[in-house]
Design a protein around this ligand. Structure first.
Ligand code: SF4
Length: 699
């Protein structure tokens, strides 16, 4: 039996896996205690990865449907890609560059993300390319860039073993980043003086382990962080030396905090739905100097004020000087396995590779030079982000879309609108390893992708650790790695620069376009990555990566300083009212991943949470006559959704929770994103998936 190394394709922890392979069959997977970042640990999703190959409904051959009423027919790769190329060229010729867009995923490896970016923004000269990272990390990335001058988490997982206070906000680590949470638990066991504070409307598994759980009302993150920062400032705990030497904007931030008088404080406490006593208990943990490590995820990001939420937390760290030192810093946990890698190669509609931006003339010129394009070829305006991209299809402006490795019908807000958009599109291309998904059902062209373990690929986890995942077995039929599909598409469209002999050659080009940039990957040669993971920045082929950023307290803003950006509290786009008196928030369960297209096919995982559920507080259950375990329907402003009631005191009164994994292939009425809102943050364009007003009805 042969042993090979791979990287788990689910969450942003990025666990390394050793696979035992016999012939072409992956027999078992396990974690090696010497492997970073997981040091011998795996959660159940990772532990059952060898079963991923047994799933039914694999897409094994290119398929084409020449008219919407007909069935898909098997065709060759040549036929499928020639058809696609001809249609894209003719639609763009007739309707202009807005006629074609791309929607990808944080589950694409870096090689594929890069080649699709090169194809869209370079070869085709359109920035209408976005990915499901827009639903995931866009607010975190925008806030890092605003405050520090560049995207990129400043911290590393080894900070867990150094921290004194863990501050977890908008993240259920025990369920969604389980291996990391095990490291956090181990730190607490070996050092009982460490403290864990969790802010969440639910008493989650993470909150159960905390010294203090603050059950914040949904949408009140900035309100709470302003109150906490004000109290800490009043305690005289601001780090004056750090603020004076390494930051700008503190006086505006201080003025904002000092403008919170007794009446305003009362209002903010009401917004948070907490008592002054609970706030005081949170403040208590900041009274003495301590190394502060904050973890956060979609609870902060998926909001119409997602960037403000992030900035308010960064302000707290800057005020305390808690950044750039071991055991401290604001640490965004990536939801997906390669949302970081995709951003490094510029796959969001406003980005270019190497943390460059399309609006920056110097950045465009650098990329035109690197890609051998004429001056002025890259479009100077950001393309459409996820929500307007699908809206433009619905309005008939965008005529063709290529969707790779994601399931927007189930994961985008207002699912019915996404279906409508795809119906109106003249050409829908879906690249996936499975068919059907809620999205592939709408495709005219189906392109079979190799899945995890069937290809070589590189990914970056939440701590900037870049890992190479090996090919363990052959893909079924004619399925190809995503990067190869992008390369073949580039060739079919008639462009040069898309001929690569293997993934390693693509990686070498990625190294060259990130050279000298904040996310410098140049030093990570193929042989080095084959030997083990490395953290960026890594400029030197013989030098190490960097565990922590900003250890010299120099930030990549032009003046070298980090910026305080004062963020007043602003309410969410939607709130409970007479017809919709409850607030719905969404999230994940331990056993499932995204829209279940993979984990839903693994029996051992599926049986842990076999059906969608809705958590409801006993008082609300009584008020709306909901029985435990009864199926109930939620009615929102945009649609309805059903699930099995779980009456529990683990959720705030007035708030409901439903996981987002079950799309309408499970049941026509179980897509919770039929209820969620397309309202977006004005800076990050991330939609407010975490909050929708609903009412409950019996079924
Ligand atoms: Fe995979 Fe995340 Fe579980 Fe690790 S913690 S095994 S990366 S799902």
């Amino acid at each position: 039996m042969k042993e090979s190394k791979a990287v788990c394709p689910y969450c942003g922890v990025g666990c390394r896996i050793t696979a035992r392979v016999e012939g072409d069959a992956v027999r078992e997977v396990f974690a090696d205690k010497n492997d970073l970042p997981n040091r011998g640990l795996l959660c159940q999703k990772g532990a059952f990865l060898h079963k991923i190959f047994h799933g039914k409904e694999r897409l094994a051959h290119p398929m084409l449907r020449r008219n919407r009423d007909g069935a898909h027919e098997r065709v060759s790769w040549d036929t499928a890609l020639s058809f696609v190329a001809e249609k894209i060229h003719s639609l763009r010729k007739e309707f202009g560059p807005d006629a074609f867009g791309f929607y990808g995923s944080g589950q694409l490896d870096t090689e594929a993300s890069y080649l699709f970016t090169k194809l869209m923004k370079g070869a085709l000269g359109t920035n209408h390319m976005d990915t499901n990272s827009r639903l995931c990390m866009a607010s975190a990335a925008t806030a890092y860039a605003k405050a520090f001058g560049s995207d990129g988490p400043p911290t590393c997982y080894d900070d867990i073993e150094e921290a004194d206070v863990f501050f977890v906000m908008g993240a259920n680590m025990a369920v969604n980043h389980p291996v990391l949470f095990q490291r956090l638990r181990a730190r607490r066991s070996s050092n009982p003086a460490t403290r864990l504070i969790v802010l969440d409307p639910r008493l989650t598994k993470t909150a159960e382990a905390a010294d203090l759980h603050v059950p914040l009302a949904p949408g009140s993150d900035v309100a709470f962080l302003l109150l906490l920062s004000k109290k800490i400032l009043e305690l005289g705990r601001a780090n004056a030396d750090f603020i004076a030497s390494h930051t700008t904007g503190f006086s505006e931030f201080k003025n904002l905090l000092e403008s919170i008088d007794a009446a305003a404080e009362k209002k903010l406490l009401a917004v948070c739905g907490i008592t002054p006593g609970l706030l005081a208990r949170a403040v208590f943990h900041f009274e003495k100097p301590a190394k502060l490590l904050s973890f956060y995820c979609q609870g902060l990001n998926q909001s119409t004020h997602g960037v403000d939420n992030n900035l308010a937390l960064i302000n707290l760290h800057l005020m305390l000087g808690q950044i750039g030192r071991p055991g401290s810093g604001p640490f965004s946990l990536t939801g997906q396995p390669n949302a970081m890698g995709g951003r490094e190669v510029g796959y969001l509609s406003h980005q270019l590779p190497g943390y460059r931006f399309v609006e920056n003339a110097a950045h465009r010129s650098e990329m035109e030079n690197l890609w051998g394009l004429p001056v002025g070829h890259i479009h100077p305006k950001p393309g459409m982000s996820a929500v307007p991209l699908f809206e433009s299809m619905r309005e008939g402006r965008m005529k063709a879309v290529w969707i790779a490795c994601t399931n927007p019908v189930a994961s985008m807000p207002e699912g019915e609108k996404i279906k409508d958009a795809l119906r109106r599109c003249e050409l829908v291309i879906a690249q996936d390893c499975h068919h059907p998904t809620e999205t592939t059902l709408f495709a005219d062209v189906l392109l079979p992708a190799a899945q995890w373990g069937e290809k070589i690929g590189t990914m970056t986890n939440s701590e900037r650790l870049v890992s190479r995942s090996q090919k363990l077995c052959e893909p079924p039929g004619e399925a190809l790695p995503d990067w190869q599909i992008a390369a073949l598409a580039g060739q079919a469209l008639g462009f040069s620069g898309f001929s690569f002999k293997d993934a390693g050659e693509v990686w070498d080009e990625i190294r060259s376009v990130t050279r000298g940039r904040p996310c410098d990957l140049h030093g990570m040669t193929n042989p080095r990555l084959e030997a083990g993971p490395i953290q960026w920045p890594c400029a030197d082929e013989n030098g190490p990566g960097k565990a922590r950023l900003y250890t010299d307290f120099r930030f990549p803003n032009p003046d070298g300083r980090a910026r305080f950006i004062a963020t007043p509290y602003r309410p969410p786009a939607e709130w409970a009212e007479t017809d919709h008196p409850l607030l719905l928030t969404t999230g994940r369960v331990y056993s499932q991943w995204h829209t279940r297209s993979r984990t839903g096919k693994i029996a051992e995982l599926d049986r842990l949470d076999p059906e969608p559920f809705i958590e409801i507080h006993p008082s609300d259950a009584e008020r709306y006559q909901v029985e435990d375990k009864a199926w109930i329907r939620l009615v929102g402003k945009r649609g309805t959704c059903a699930g099995k009631a779980r009456v529990t005191e683990n959720i705030r009164e007035g708030v409901l929770f439903m996981p987002f994994h079950w799309g309408d292939l499970f049941h026509p009425e179980t897509n919770v994103n039929d209820l969620t809102s397309s309202a977006t943050d004005p800076f990050s364009r991330q939609p407010e998936l975490k909050l929708a007003a609903v009412r409950v009805e019996a079924m």
